[in-house]
Design a protein around this ligand. Sequence first.
Ligand code: IMP
Length: 197
Amino acid sequence: MKDLIVASNNKGKIKEYKEILNKYGYNVISQKEAGINIDVDETGTTFEENAHLKAYAIYELTHKNVISDDSGLEVEALNNEPGIYSARYKGIETEDERNNYILNALKRKRNRKAKFNCVICFIDENGHEELFKGIWNGVIAKEKSGTSGFGYDPIFISEDGNGKTTASMPIEFKEKYSHRAKATKLLVDYLENNNVL
Ligand code: IMP
């Protein structure tokens, strides 16, 4: 079994990838565990471009199988913000404060529709690249709740969520339904159909 490096320093993301992909028999390691200590600048203007930038930077250093993802929340009534800027929206430092900002911004809005996006970029050890996209539709809650997951999970109620925020659901819920789970399923289908690892 070959290693698959996750080009990310985001602990929440790495944990989710390990949980999902280890089940399929892949030896998932973080870039830190692979001995790489860099933070790639996300200078792209789309999820696709940023996913590519992150994976390619690690591939260039290792020439091993690499995945990265660029993900984020789009809120319809906020012109699809924060989008690719989800991790640093409005320069706000903490996840909790970013959640408060969105709840406030939506206080007088009827339209609470939102969606999570995830684009995974896979580069194999020969440098061949593939992109996989997953989308998770939902709405923004009226208030925060729950402690599982990360980021915007306390304010996101998915279409599969029975009215509860993603952070109020057990971890298995995201493994099954999330934007990341959907993109990962496409990645796994590709890896298995092409005998890549
Ligand atoms: P990235 O590391 O540039 O892809 O940033 C992704 C950001 O989007 C995270 O820091 C979170 O703010 C948000 N995000 C992405 N996926 C999720 C999720 O599954 N739950 C909650 N927030 C997420």
